[in-house]
Ligand binder design. Structure first.
Ligand SMILES: Cc1cc2nc3c(=O)[nH]c(=O)nc-3n(C[C@H](O)[C@H](O)[C@H](O)COP(=O)(O)OP(=O)(O)OC[C@H]3O[C@@H](n4cnc5c(N)ncnc54)[C@H](O)[C@@H]3O)c2cc1C
Length: 468
């Protein structure tokens, strides 16, 4: 029988465990043990239920375009629990000189595809608008190494586009700054568009034309699907449902792994002063924890993993009454460019984005700090952090009312930052991993930080250890 250890019980490790459980039930002769350092499974997938509201402490949804999370939900029998974001109300605002300005229609990430709304929008200066027009003439350009997202965007549209859009949009996903993130790892599609078309604007228009043709050719249904998908009862429900399908005796909680070590016939896993032998190991941890666990097995691999930076984040959920709800603008929420000098990076109007998550007489706001902004307030008490949030919501939205409830959730070093050169580092990591037979890696450190990517990484790791 093949014995497999999975280290880490976040969604990456759980997806690996579920894939192994399925293989086991299908008759493959294997056994697995999942080691989780904390008292709960699911990692950052945690949901609170307060006063009729559903508050996501970590991720609130996943993008539909990447199918692995939706597929897993369906396999788990959660198909009827899937909900889409309320895209009819999908407006996002950018705080610009203290005012909320709506992102113009037709912006695909930061690429304008509709001339009139962008041309009329007060979000950009005339200089940037002129750059957008000139960008349409950029010739194809061969890629010569990696560069930061900020430098890439600046070459196409200028510094204002980095400040007003690229940086705030990426902060919301990675909790990091465009100046530190790799274009090849974070926005590979854009790097490819530059190579084939030169102009991102022209490339996007060409891609849209193709999609439109496909839709008119028959797949009308796909046009009506929402951009973001989530679960009626929150993201934790996904983790709990995976856990309910696993063999209970295989799950070791409160069991942080200290290190793993290759042996002649497999691996030894040391946790809680005990060691156990396995044929294969899946390390499904954030890179800093993976680096620790692998330091005995390979100092070189450990060093490469330790070099992947992570940022911390804080989410704050606030509930308000009907009056506040009525006073808020429509839409999904707002982003705050760093140049605005606020601590908050973003806020979601949850009651609009996912109406099922708040009763009709409640407003539910989710505010977000990350990176330096999170570090700056990290040591403060929850009350002090709530005080900062309230003051900034007063300045930005004019909300003066006392919240009915407020909750602060802190996530230390949970979001991977794919820095410039990340893909080269992944090649080196893969080379070093191959020198350690029977080891697989999963998690958000590698090829995607989102929940769907993590699920895919867990499944791939399971396949790797069963099939070799
Ligand atoms: C605030 C926030 C908001 C996010 N929003 C979204 C979103 O809206 N959509 C989206 O798609 N993605 C989002 N993400 C990203 C996504 O949620 C994460 O990248 C993903 O859930 C990570 O899963 P994981 O299993 O790889 O890691 P984790 O969830 O970090 O799990 C790792 C697990 O390993 C355990 N562990 C650590 N060390 C050890 C050890 N030595 N031994 C045993 N166990 C150990 C930990 O206790 C933890 O349970 C968000 C992330 C955060 C933090």
């Amino acid at each position: 029988m093949k014995r497999i250890a999975i280290i880490g019980g976040g969604i990456s490790g759980l997806a690996a465990a579920f894939a192994l459980e399925e293989r086991r039930r299908a008759g493959v002769n294997l056994d697995y043990v999942l080691y989780e350092g904390s008292a709960s499974l699911g990692g950052v997938l945690r949901t609170d239920h307060v006063d009729g509201c559903i508050i996501e402490q970590g991720p609130d949804s996943f993008i539909r375009e990447k199918p692995w999370a939706t597929d897993l939900c369906r396999e788990l029998g959660l198909g009827d629990q899937l909900i889409g974001s309320n895209d009819a109300d999908r407006k996002t605002y950018i705080l610009t000189n203290g005012r909320l300005i709506e992102m113009p229609d037709g912006l695909m990430f930061m690429v304008p595809t509709k001339i009139i709304p962008t041309g009329l929008s007060p979000l950009f200066s005339w200089k940037t608008k002129l750059r957008m027009t000139q960008e349409l003439l950029h010739p194809p350009r061969a890629r010569n190494g990696d560069e930061s997202v900020a430098s890439f965007v600046e070459r196409h549209y200028g510094a204002e586009m980095v400040d007003r859009l690229a940086d705030p949009l990426l902060s919301g996903v990675y909790g990091g700054e465009a100046a530190n993130l790799s274009i090849c790892a974070v926005l590979p599609r854009f790097a490819e568009m530059e190579r084939t078309h030169g102009s991102l604007g022209r490339a996007m228009l060409a891609a849209r034309k193709k999609t439109r043709k496909k839709i008119t050719a028959g797949s009308r249904q796909s046009a009506s699907l929402s951009l973001f998908t989530s679960l009626k009862n929150g993201m934790q429900h996904l983790a709990e449902t995976v856990v309910s399908k696993l063999t209970p005796g295989s799950l070791l909680m409160n069991t942080p792994v200290q290190f793993i070590q290759p042996e002649t016939e497999g691996w030894m896993v040391s946790a809680n002063m005990r060691s156990d032998r396995f044929n294969r190991v899946i390390v499904a941890l954030p890179a800093p924890a993976a680096a620790q666990v692998l330091r005995v097995a390979s100092a070189e691999l450990s060093a490469e993993l330790a070099a992947i930076q992570y940022s911390s984040s804080i989410t704050v959920g606030l509930g308000y009454d009907r009056d506040v709800r009525q006073s808020l603008p429509p839409g999904f929420g707002f982003l705050v460019p760093r140049s605005e000098g606020k601590q908050l990076l973003a806020a979601t109007f949850v009651h609009n984005k996912f109406p099922h998550r708040a009763p009709e007489d409640r407003a539910l706001l989710r505010c977000f700090f990350a990176g330096k902004n999170a570090e700056d307030v990290w040591a403060l008490s929850d009350d002090q952090i709530i005080g900062i949030v309230r003051e900034e919501l007063r300045q930005i939205l004019g909300v003066r009312a006392e919240p009915l409830f407020a909750r602060v959730y802190k996530w230390k070093s949970a979001m991977a930052q794919y820095g410039v050169g990340h893909l080269d580092r992944l090649d080196r990591i893969e080379g070093l991993r191959q020198q350690l037979p029977g080891l697989a890696l999963a998690g958000n450190a590698y090829r995607g930080i989102g929940v769907p990517d993590c699920i895919r990484s867990g499944r791939d790791a399971a396949k790797q250890v069963v099939d070799v």
